[in-house]
Write a protein that binds this ligand. Structure first.
Ligand code: ADP
Ligand code: ZN
Length: 725
């Protein structure tokens, strides 16, 4: 046992000792003895450890068929046995000896998970591209590509996804639905998508269709066509829990004679391991050829992939906020390119990067400018809250204008949606006497007050503390502490007091804690058992209720003054999306937008439903500052419990980048992140431009890979960051 299986410079035992990895995967390896003469090749294996290295192993003849690129294998490592992924196969006799150690120094693969490779060849290529593009080690990427349960087990008790008995009755009412006769615009869109599916390397299509233009019907018919051809399709939705209506439409459309939709697999985050394993196997075996799911469903091992649809492509949830920080829309585009599948990105409010790509010819543009049945876009009215406050200083939550509009709609038996993108009761706790403000002990942000729970809560790290009754500051103890800033909890209280007869329901992540809470509330809303539905962005997405005729946006300015260049774009998207919930039936819809900055372009353009206008206005300033879509950014974050360590690491990093890249380097920082402390870590940012420049990228990769991992500073790269905080 003097030899071992890997590059000669480091012995695995040493690596093991120097690493603090998740040893959960390690088991003690016993009785190593290569079956002599029974070797048929050499495999390059990436082991499940945080080391940026691959190792060679012998392939025993008995495992030849199963050991393929993408297969998960058990290999000896030091005196342990761990899991790894096969990257490459070299058959015997070896063609190239270059990097491969002498055969007698190698050890054999012990075992293989499953009969077919866990990761398909196509997904393997995608993962390799991701590792390069997102400056992330391949093993970390591979963890995002395949569910953990599938990576670790070759079999398990498979469980059919559970359903909720309360919803079952409603579900039983899902009847098979037929394709609707398409409108002219829908027909054109569908034809454009199908034309793309017939080409070997189609350009992605950006489907810019206003709210209520019937985009879902277009996706359904295009996907049905792909399935009929024997191919597969993936539809990404921002958050599966928030799209029960879409799922319902898919189920009813793709039902078979047995009343089940076996061709469909629904992937969502609350699946248990057994459920996930089963759905994944159904897809892998080709039983399920249509997959709908959130972000990570873009990696579903669908065979003969013909179409990927990304619904609401502008949604931020498509970006994974931890490494490898991938964006599912961009992955979809790359996967489509690698597998020759058509890609359709749909939205009423495309993100400016996508729209820019469409205008510059990288994507094809397809427009649907009319609502179904020629319904009018809702009338958007702006309520200037500055005037409201001067007339009525106590009232800055619901203006007199909105109040009477709600009353009128309720009197007519119509439904109202009120949107406020802030949960909790109050956004901060302030002492009027001494100026004390309750801050999170771990983050540089104020704590929000939750009345029901009687807690102060940090919306970033989640920490909680009991709400004080008097000012907590030592020398004050004044009982006149005040809660300022309104959240949904307080809005609910106010609305209930103002409209005692109305049935009010609130939807935010504080009350929608169980798996089916959201669906239940929507069902009650649909059945007319709720008059006023109020909530956070949970109510802004995709809802289609014909009796909603009034939408009130309580505070359109939330997010407008954040230190983030996408603030305006986001406010426009939010207003347009929530407004899009109004007037989907026969009665015209109305939207009231309360704001303190009615002159802001995002609000002005939203009032006019003028996406083009917003695009031109925003891109003017983005061009000037050389921000996306005109340039690509990479954010590098150094974080540490000690601020000076984070600063020093960032300064050194900048210096090595300058030395290696030279004068062409365009970099901002180091500067403290806008949210300078998060979960007790001080954060310092560097912002790199031209981040798609190949040479620069290569150098950044090398520098990041060469960083010692043991220091108390964590350095992470976020390519194409969305959240600048
Ligand atoms: P979008 O996603 O573009 O906001 P939806 O796909 O939700 O729009 O469609 C809005 C409404 O119009 C839905 O209730 C849908 O059933 C209906 N609809 C879509 N296409 C048609 C059609 N061709 N004929 C009649 N109704 C349609
Ligand atoms: Zn916090």
């Amino acid at each position: 046992m003097g030899s071992w299986e890997g590059p000669h410079e480091t012995h695995p035992d040493k690596i093991l000792k120097s690493l603090n990895t998740d040893l959960g995967l390690l088991a003690v390896e016993t009785g190593i003895s290569p079956p002599a003469g029974e070797i048929c090749g050499v495999a390059l294996v990436r082991v499940d450890m945080r080391i940026n290295k691959e190792f060679h192993y012998l392939i025993p003849r008995g495992l030849k068929r199963q050991v393929q690129p993408g297969a998960r294998v058990h290999v000896p490592f030091g005196n342990r046995r761990i899991l790894g992924t096969v990257l490459k196969i070299e058959s015997l006799p070896l063609q190239s000896h270059g990097d491969i150690p002498p055969l007698h120094e190698l050890k054999p693969i012990r075992d293989v998970l499953g009969d077919t490779p866990v990761i398909t060849t196509e997904l393997m290529r995608l993962a390799e591209w991701m590792a390069g593009y997102y400056l992330t080690p391949l093993d970390l990427v591979l963890r995002s590509v395949t569910p953990a349960v599938v990576q670790k087990r070759s079999s398990m008790r498979e469980v059919a996804p559970r359903t909720d008995p309360e919803l079952e009755t409603a579900a039983a009412e899902i009847l098979p639905s037929r394709p609707l006769p398409l409108t002219t615009q829908q027909k054109l869109a569908c034809e454009q998508i199908l034309a793309a599916t017939g080409q070997p390397h189609p350009k992605p299509i950006l489907l810019h269709g206003v709210t209520g233009s019937g985009k879902t019907e277009v996706y359904l018919q295009a996907m049905a066509h792909i399935l009929k051809e024997g191919r597969g399709a993936i539809m990404l939705v921002p958050e599966i829990a928030l799209t029960p209506q879409t799922i319902e439409r898919l189920r009813s459309r793709f039902m078979d004679e047995t009343g089940a939709a076996r061709i469909l697999a629904v992937l969502h985050s609350s699946l248990s391991d057994g459920e996930r394993f089963r759905e994944w196997q159904r897809i892998r075996k080709g039983e399920a050829r249509l997959v709908v799911g959130a972000r990570s469903a873009v990696f579903a091992p669908v065979q003969r992939l013909g179409l990927i649809v990304v619904d609401e492509e502008h949604e931020q949830t498509y970006k994974q906020e931890k490494a490898p920080h991938y964006h599912a829309r961009d992955i979809a585009v790359m996967r489509g390119h690698l597998e020759g599948a058509a890609v359709t990105l749909g939205s009423a409010t495309p993100c400016l990067e996508s729209y820019h790509n469409a205008r510059t010819g990288k994507y094809q543009l397809c427009r649907m400018s009319e609502r179904i049945d020629n319904r009018r876009m809702p009338t958007v009215r702006i309520v200037d809250m500055r005037g409201e406050i001067s007339r009525n200083p106590k009232n800055h939550v619901i203006s007199a204008f909105l109040l009477s509009a709600i009353r009128a709609r309720l009197d007519r038996g119509e439904q109202v949606i009120l949107y406020l993108n802030r949960r909790g009761y109050a956004t901060s706790l302030i002492c009027k006497k001494c100026g004390y403000v309750a801050m999170c002990p771990h983050c540089s942000i104020t704590l929000a007050y939750h009345l029901q729970a009687q807690k102060l809560t940090c919306h970033f790290c989640g920490c909680q503390q009991p709400a004080p009754r008097v000012c907590p500051s030592e020398n004050c103890r004044d009982p006149a502490i005040r809660f300022s800033g309104t959240g949904t909890e307080k809005l609910e209280e106010l609305v209930a007091a103002l409209f005692p007869k109305a049935r009010v329901a609130r939807m935010d992540s504080d009350v929608m804690t169980h798996r089916h809470d959201y669906e239940r509330t929507l069902l009650r809303f649909k059945m007319g058992k709720i008059d006023i539905l109020l909530g956070t962005q949970m109510i802004a997405k995709g809802l289609d209720f014909p009796r909603v005729t009034l939408v009130g946006i309580i505070n359109a300015d939330v997010g407008l003054h954040m230190p983030d260049f996408r603030g305006g774009e986001r406010v426009f998207q939010q207003i347009t999306q929530v407004a899009g919930r109004a007037g989907r039936g026969d009665i015209e819809g109305e939207v009231l937008v309360q704001t303190f900055t009615p002159e802001h372009p995002a609000i002005r353009f939203a009032r006019l439903h003028d996406f083009e206008g917003l695009y031109h206005q925003e891109t003017l300033f983005r061009k000037e500052l050389d921000y996306p879509p005109f340039n690509h950014l990479t954010q590098i974050e150094c974080s540490s419990e000690k601020p000076e360590h984070a600063e020093l690491a960032a300064a050194r990093l900048r210096q090595s980048l300058e030395e290696k890249i030279g004068s062409s380097l365009r970099i901002l920082g180091p500067c403290p992140a806008p949210l300078s402390r998060l979960r007790d870590k001080h954060r310092v940012h560097l912002l790199l431009r031209d981040s798609r420049n190949k040479r620069q990228k290569q150098i950044v990769r090398e520098i990041l890979a060469s960083l010692p991992r043991s220091t108390d500073v964590l350095i992470t790269a976020n390519v194409d960051p969305l959240n600048m905080l």
